[in-house]
Design a protein around this ligand. Sequence first.
Ligand SMILES: N[C@H](CCC[C@H](N)C(=O)O)C(=O)O
Length: 279
Amino acid sequence: MRQMQPPQGLPFIKMHGAGNDFVILDSRGRQPVTTPALAAALGDRHRGVGFDQLAEIRDAEGADFTLDFWNNDGSRAGACGNASRCVADLVMAGLGRDSVRFGTARGTLAATRRADGLVSVNMGAPILDWDGVPLAEPSDLLHLPIPGDPAAVGMGNPHCVFFVDDAEAIDLAREGAKIEHHPLFPRATNVEYASLTGPDRLRMRVWERGTGITLACGSGACATAVAAHLRGLAGRHVVLDLDGGTLEIDWRDDGVWMTGPTARVFDGWLAPEFLAAHA
Ligand SMILES: N[C@H](CCC[C@H](N)C(=O)O)C(=O)O
């Protein structure tokens, strides 16, 4: 039998934020490596590592780093709040700082470590015009012409938010898969079901575009909080209980801040033959 070799290959880090899990590749100082084929292969929980999103860190000008996000079906995710918090946590620890600025597809975002150790990210202003979300045609964003009367909010990615009496009672796999590809969303959509459980507190479940059911979704929590406020259901500072944990949303003048836990789970190396097979 061949002896186990010392670690070699491409290093990666596995983290999660409230159960929304990520593979993180640090490509600062080198060419980015992620392709749709690599993201899909690595995202396979049986034949790869498994993740909800892959985040690749790249060099940046005018910010501390740049982030690209991928779903586990190999598609791009324009925004990912929980991965942003996880990577910010890593980079802040590495730099010995309590704040960072980073570039994403929707512009430069900021993250900070709070006194209680939780990491906050400013996800920017919500996108509240139909072609920004994007929708296929002009619609009332707060009341889409879809059964169930959902709202649409863009957070750098599209979200379709349903307010229901009991989020637990929804057949998320069935409904989520159906709404993800509704023709009103030309680039598909993430789907959230939320119910009010107390003053400024919501229970939320999510079906993510390109990934399916996840335990938490940061941009989805932001979109849900924004829609809840605009519908008069809650204030601008709300707490959301997701399957994997609790996220706090604060819609301030400078953007929608999202706060929650981060955890580093393990570090590993991608085998060179795995990379070569899925380049
Ligand atoms: N989990 C992420 C969102 C991923 C969104 C992705 N599924 C898309 O295609 O937009 C978050 O914490 O914001």
